[in-house]
Ligand binder design. Structure first.
Ligand code: MN
Length: 227
């Protein structure tokens, strides 16, 4: 038997204000990075950051439809700041981390909460709760020089126009440079890597037909429809 093995389409995201695309290499995500969200999930806010991943081809551009995923009865939104790396490295010190950042975007860490709860209960991996198809919608990436001061920005997530999540990014337990430093102590980071930096309190369920928006001060808004 012979298989035709075409080269996979390289995952990419829109870059704000251009027609060029940002090549996505890998997707890393931080768990529990806002104290109020850690509390709503029953977790200890003082724990060091931990990470999980999604496949690179889970990215979805703003405006594209997002199908309600299979094997799920409790799809949740997690609005997050996304950091796009332009330079890689290992053992990056927090004070050197900003020089590795290419840009920022507004994203959603879509989560099959029911599968995550079952995995947690059984002590099993989160992969199928977090890393499913279309699970990483992400707005156009804003090059860092064009961004508002991200440390002073606010994140807001709306569903059908109603605010569900709202918080200043300054509420992060681990700010972006610390996240990059911790993560680069675990893996060698590379240009094109994305980091979803965790979600504030207010996560909740989505249903087909919902229009979900994420705004972060100074960044292009993200808007998706669950189909
Ligand atoms: Mn998340």
């Amino acid at each position: 038997m012979e298989f035709a093995l075409p080269p996979p389409p390289p995952p990419s995201l829109a870059i704000a204000g251009t027609h060029t695309r940002f090549p996505v290499r890998r997707i890393f995500c931080v768990g529990r990075n806002y104290a109020a969200h850690a509390a709503e999930m029953g977790a200890d806010r003082r724990a060091p950051p931990f990470f999980f991943t999604k496949p690179a081809d889970a990215v979805v551009d703003s405006g594209a439809p997002v199908p309600y995923p299979p094997a799920c009865r409790d799809l949740h939104h997690e609005g997050e700041l996304v950091v796009a790396l332009g330079r890689g490295g290992a053992g990056i010190a927090a004070q050197d981390a900003p020089a590795h950042i290419w840009g920022y975007a507004a994203g959603i860490d879509l989560t099959r909460r029911d599968l995550q709860a079952a995995a947690k209960k059984a002590g099993r991996p989160w992969d199928m709760a977090k890393g499913f198809d279309h699970s990483a919608p992400c707005g156009a990436i804003c090059p860092v020089a064009d961004c508002h001061d991200i440390a002073r920005a606010r994140l807001e997530l709306t569903v059908n126009g109603t605010t569900r999540q709202a918080a200043p990014l300054a509420d992060m337990i681990w700010p972006v440079p610390d996240i990059i430093s911790h993560l680069s102590g675990l893996v060698t980071l590379a240009p094109g890597d994305l980091i979803f930096t965790g979600t504030p309190a207010g996560v909740g369920p989505l249903k087909p037909g919902d229009q979900v928006g994420v705004t972060i001060t100074g960044l292009p808004p993200l808007s998706i429809k669950i189909t």
